[in-house]
Design a protein around this ligand. Sequence first.
Ligand code: GLU
Length: 306
Amino acid sequence: MQQILDDIAAEMARETDRGKVADYIPQLAHVDPNQFGIAVATPDGKVYSAGNASTLFSIQSISKVFTLTIGLGKLGNELWTHVGREPSGDPFNSITILEHESGRPRNPFINAGALAVVDAIMMGHEPKETLGEILQFVHFIADDDSIRFDHKVAASEMEHKDRNAALAHFMKAFGRLKHDVDKVLGVYFHQCSIAMNCQQLARAGLFLVSNGVNQHTGMRVINEQRSRRINSLMMMCGHYDGSGEFAYRVGLPGKSGVGGGILTIAPGKGSIAVWSPGLDPVGNSKLGLKALEMLVQKTGWSVFAN
Ligand code: GLU
């Protein structure tokens, strides 16, 4: 595995077409596109890595996997009255589909869906209590208490909130959000601002590798059925309108973020975190996708083969 990751990192270092760094907030626009990191955590507790695997980056939408897990823990199947579970085929911040579907977002991984999940898990609490709960959950699954929010990123998101605020107000107009829009946005922007490196993120994904149990810590996080279902959602909806392409090229459940990270789960085999800040036109890490394609070719990992 170490050799495979070293080869991938060396190949990625040679790439000249690295995609375009997200520029909707200055904190992301200033990240150096020449970075690439990859880490694989395996159920036996080992973490292999190469490249800039210990550099912190903004996990952005990858956090939606964690809030979905929390939401299912708190509400169970009732969560699905707040949000659907169908691929959207639309960009991550699209508003058009919401109009047609009475403000109920298609799935928990587009922005509107993540806002609905935040609203559902707040349950009348103040944002700081919900944020404490989210961070504590991330510490638990990653087995790492050093993980933090990046308050500068969150503040910058709030300053440039118009698009997400429009989505939230639109849902509120349909009676879909219970809490104050700015409070929901505040929680959402903070969850997106969580800073992690590839090694931490790979470890955080381990519970989805082994049927809900983090085999590194020995702790059960969720039950087996829920683990399978979260993986299904990641497979179908984890890459916005690039989800079909990701399934075709990688064949594993994954979730991307506009910070350039991708968390990918190879059930029974390992949790893979890859990061390179340059994005393709639909907002997924360009080299991240390429690197994962190489990894599955070299390992044969796929949910469609054995
Ligand atoms: N904070 C970003 C937004 O809401 C997250 C987008 C993403 O990673 O997809 O615009």
